[in-house]
Design a protein around this ligand. Structure first.
Ligand SMILES: NC(=O)c1ccc[n+]([C@@H]2O[C@H](COP(=O)([O-])OP(=O)(O)OC[C@H]3O[C@@H](n4cnc5c(N)ncnc54)[C@H](OP(=O)(O)O)[C@@H]3O)[C@@H](O)[C@H]2O)c1
Length: 315
């Protein structure tokens, strides 16, 4: 499959959405609500979109906590941000964090509390996919779900008590997700209506969906059951992340923390084997703009496709 006709690409170009694009104000200048004490945590920041995003946040003068599951790769990535071509204005810290490991999450949360006293921004960016562009193996489904959905959820829940929730800044969570996990990719009508019923949907329902998928993978019956058809395990992980983000946004409404998702579109990174329509730097810049939206313009419960908020229920 060529880069110009990949499945991810088609998803983007076939979009019928006409929601208004949000253009964040220029990051420098009067719109800046943050200071050097504003703490932003980015997961999977040793490469790809996470690294670029961390670089843009550091450039803006925030204190950025670069995290990575591999100590050496993470240290090198943090050093590159500190000593790169455009040196950051803000502090760059590094801490090891494997989002798929509860013990690593607990150790990170303690360090963050003791060392920095809390955080203002969490970007759940770390994720895995084991498929080539045109394959759909579910051999690693358990790792994919554990990292992309449960990892982001476990980390978020562990860090929730540490958000500063200052009215002047408004704490925020940005979950880097994918359109492959939007509801229109689900063909199972029961699953669609469960996910659409916002009043009744629970976290237990979302975890039940993930467990059901993994059980079907284990007994080899997952095909033809109405799951998303492109990169199925990855898409289910993002479907779950999107649904959890929406529930969390409702749970935290009026409590000083916004929760949004961002899909960077088809981006040239390791995950896409270097194929894509844009660079990690371009995606990181847009993600940083969304993470830094002024408190008054900061929505919650939205899914941004690039800069355009989409409706989850758009089918
Ligand atoms: N690229 C695209 O076209 C595209 C499209 C839509 C959405 N996205 C999303 O964008 C985000 C960034 O992806 P990318 O394209 O930049 O991919 P990438 O270059 O493969 O980067 C993924 C990052 O996640 C880290 N990671 C994986 N498992 C981890 C774990 N258990 N704990 C901590 N970190 C872990 C990786 O670390 P290691 O180096 O140690 O593996 C790496 O730093 C992901 O959420 C992805 O789903 C990407």
């Amino acid at each position: 499959m060529s880069s110009s006709s990949s499945s991810m690409d088609c998803v983007i170009s076939s979009s019928k959405d006409n929601e208004k694009e949000i253009t964040p104000p220029p990051l420098n200048g009067a719109a800046a609500w943050w200071t050097g004490d504003t703490v932003a945590v980015v997961t999977g920041a040793n490469r790809g979109i996470g690294h670029a995003l961390a670089a843009h946040l550091a450039e803006q003068g925030l204190c950025v906590v670069v995290t990575a599951r591999d100590e050496a790769r993470g240290q090198a990535a943090a050093a590159a941000l500190r000593h790169g071509a455009g040196p950051p204005r803000g502090a760059v810290r590094f801490r090891r964090l494997d989002v798929a490991d509860p013990a690593s999450i607990a150790a990170f949360a303690s360090w963050l509390r003791d060392e920095l006293g809390g955080l203002d921004i969490l970007v759940n960016n770390a994720a895995v996919s084991f498929n080539e562009m045109d394959t759909n193996s579910v051999e690693h489904a358990e790792t994919v779900l554990r990292t992309n959905f449960y990892g982001a959820k476990m980390l978020t829940e562990a860090l929730l008590p540490l958000f500063r929730r200052s009215p002047a800044t408004s704490s925020r969570i940005l979950n880097v997700s994918s359109q492959l996990g939007l509801l229109n990719k689900v063909k199972d009508p029961q699953l669609r209506s469960m996910l659409l019923d916002e009043a009744a949907l629970t976290e237990g329902d979302i975890e039940g969906m993930a467990s059901r998928f993994l059980a079907q993978v284990a007994d080899g019956t997952w095909r033809g059951r109405g799951w998303p058809e492109v990169w199925t395990d990855y898409a289910v992980s993002k479907l779950a992340l999107n649904a959890y983000s929406r529930l969390l946004a409702s749970r935290l409404a009026g409590r000083g923390v916004s929760v949004n998702c961002f899909c960077p579109g088809f981006t040239r990174t390791h995950m896409t084997r270097g194929l894509g329509n844009r660079t990690a730097d371009e995606a990181g810049r847009v993600a940083a703009g969304l993470a830094l939206l002024p408190p008054l313009h900061l929505p919650t419960g939205k899914f941004f496709k690039w800069r355009t908020p989409q409706l989850y229920s758009k089918l």
